[in-house]
Design a protein around this ligand. Structure first.
Ligand code: GLN
Length: 191
């Protein structure tokens, strides 16, 4: 039985829950999904999803509610995290924005809203390391990984720029894998 937590301060919570269930089913695993709005739940979770939304708001709430140190302990214990879009920004070690208090789970610097106004939102097929077939990337006011430290590895690029990274148990994507009906990114992050 896998207990997965989805940070539910903002973002696509039910979509992440559905993607986690899909990934668990593909592995013949039972799973329970818990929504996290306050401290005390993360320690019961085997895996965590950090959805998108607005990174400034998410980081403020994570620190205010005392969830941030629990997420760090979760990763220190080697348990998996999937951080998507704004989640990636919060999980980074440098968001290039003073209003974001990064968790430093990934040794990467990110640039918020990096694809600019004209290409605010777009979809693109991505070649992802660890996956046999391309993954449909949905980008919504997405960040880009501007700098990758020695401890992080790039899993996917778009237009030459890193859009998915892994560091130990933490996977971060600039796109929204929960919006595709395809559980493979949740699978590679959690199982
Ligand atoms: N633009 C948002 C931010 O910088 C992220 C967008 C998203 O999560 N879809 O926080």
């Amino acid at each position: 039985m896998l207990t997965a937590g989805v940070l539910a301060v903002q973002g696509d919570v039910s979509e992440h829950a559905a993607a986690i269930r899909r990934a668990a089913t593909s592995r013949d695993r039972d799973c329970e999904v818990r929504e996290i709005r306050s401290s005390g739940v993360v320690p019961d979770c085997d895996a965590l999803a950090m959805p998108g939304g607005e990174s400034t708001t998410i980081s403020r709430l994570l620190h205010r509610e005392g969830i941030a140190p629990e997420v760090r302990e979760h990763v220190d214990a080697g348990k998996p995290v999937l951080a998507t879009c704004a989640g990636l920004i919060v999980a980074s070690s440098d968001a290039n924005d003073d209003r974001v208090e990064e968790l430093g789970l990934l040794d990467v610097a990110v640039e918020r809203n990096a694809f600019g106004r004209q290409a605010d939102s777009f979809e693109a097929p991505l070649t992802v390391d660890e996956l046999d077939d391309p993954f449909h990337g949905v980008f919504i006011r997405a960040p880009v990984v501007a700098d990758v430290g020695p401890d992080a590895e790039v899993l996917a690029r778009w237009d030459g720029r890193p859009v998915a990274v892994r560091q130990g148990p933490v996977v971060g994507t600039a796109f929204h894998p929960e919006l595709t009906g395809d559980g493979r990114i949740h699978d590679l992050a959690f199982f």
